[in-house]
Design a protein around this ligand. Structure first.
Ligand SMILES: Cc1ncc(COP(=O)(O)O)c(C=O)c1O
Length: 379
């Protein structure tokens, strides 16, 4: 009934999986029949603390006692505290709050144009930055773009991982380079170790801004709060969303040395006190409970265990922390249903890659459950 009504009343965007979920606890979610599933996707990297986390519930209840929105015509303690925390964690200077990853990137692109007075950008082949017009223009896949042309601004696409390509493509019209530190939707593609550092050097040398899109990699997922921090670089703008408020809608663009002028950009909902207090609780809990360390350790454990299964059908295992891609030699899409029959939720990107983005609280026992199902599903 829910599935049928969903098909009738909700637009045809996502290809949905054949179960309807009711609630969750920790790394598990439950369907309407009470079946328990191990959630190895966590809302596509949205719930670092898992489901119905006590600290998050408390923050939500306390917010409900105040107000949910008072607009950005006023400062609120929650938004200011969150901005201060994000600046402290990122080493950047100022935040703009929106409600999603695509909005965070829209803000970043507008910020770059407003501050450089230039309109050209460099993005990477296979990049995914969102689906609104600015961020869609920075997104590579033809299947997302073609129908909606003409897009905005001028984007030149270069090979991911190749610094010469960036250096040779920058012109005096380039406002910024926009890059994911690990490409997520492209199939969890990790660039060469020195790539980001070299890109930063090129951008600095040529006077071009560097935008790092941490929408998927951020919020502790790869073992540091932002992945760029593990490369000791200081971009001009960093964006994140997804896990920022443990599943509530929030995106942020954090900048250094540049700002908007009043009227350049805005968001009615962005950074409302309710979501801000949940985001602050999420960040504090990630640090307090050492979840980034857990992401590193458990991530390595998963990769090693899969490696040890020594499956011929696996072409590659890659990723960092709890952002893991297992590329099969054949299309992996049919595996989703097989995993569901074993009560495990996974996702597949780029046809052949099983993508794991579990909550950062996941423990070894839960991982062992996943590995034993994996062993049966992937022959
Ligand atoms: C790297 C990256 N940027 C931007 C986005 C867009 O985020 P949202 O779906 O919240 O608009 C995504 C979503 O998958 C992403 O992975």
């Amino acid at each position: 009934m829910i599935t049928k009504d969903g098909q009738n009343y909700i637009m045809n965007t996502y290809k949905r999986y054949p179960i309807t979920l009711k609630n969750g606890k920790g790394c598990n979610v439950y369907d309407h029949e009470g079946n328990e599933y191990l959630d190895m996707i966590s809302g596509i990297a949205c719930c670092p603390l898992g489901h119905s986390n006590e600290a998050i519930k408390k923050a939500i209840m306390e917010s409900a006692d105040g107000f949910t929105n008072i607009s950005n015509l006023f400062y609120t303690e929650q938004q200011v505290k969150l901005a201060k925390k994000l600046v402290e964690v990122s080493g950047m200077e100022k935040c703009f709050f929106g409600n999603s990853g695509t909005e965070a990137n829209e803000a970043a692109l507008k910020l770059a144009i407003a501050n450089t007075k230039k309109h050209e950008f460099i993005a990477c082949k296979n990049a995914f930055h969102g689906r609104t017009f600015g961020s869609l223009s920075a997104t590579w896949e033809k299947k997302y773009r073609t129908k909606f042309k003409p897009l905005v601004s001028k984007f030149k696409f270069v090979e991911y991982g190749n610094t010469n390509a960036i250096e040779n493509t920058i012109s005096d019209k380039t406002a910024a380079v926009i890059i994911e530190p690990i490409q997520g939707e492209a199939g969890i593609i990790v660039p060469p170790e020195d790539y980001l550092k070299e890109v930063q050097e090129i951008c600095d040398k040529k006077g071009v801004l560097l935008i790092i899109d941490e929408v998927q990699t951020g919020n502790g997922r790869t073992g540091t709060y932002f992945e760029y921090l593990s490369h000791s670089i200081k971009p001009d703008i960093v964006t994140t969303a997804k896990g920022l408020a443990n599943g509530l809608p929030m995106g942020v663009a954090i900048a250094k040395g540049i700002d908007f002028e009043p009227g350049d950009h805005a968001s009615t909902f962005g950074g409302n006190s309710f979501v801000s207090s949940v985001a602050l609780t999420t960040i504090e809990t990630i640090f307090k409970e050492n979840l980034m360390e857990n992401a590193k350790n458990i991530g390595e454990y998963i990769k090693n265990e899969i490696q040890m299964l020594n499956k011929k059908s696996i072409k590659d295992i890659r990723g960092k922390g709890l952002m893991i891609g297992i590329e099969l030699r054949k299309n992996a899409k049919e595996k989703v249903a097989e995993f569901i029959s074993k009560k495990i939720l996974i996702s597949v990107v780029h046809e052949k890659t099983i993508r794991l983005l579990p909550p950062l609280i996941i423990n070894k026992g839960e991982v062992e459950n996943f590995i034993s199902s994996f062993n049966e599903v992937v022959k």
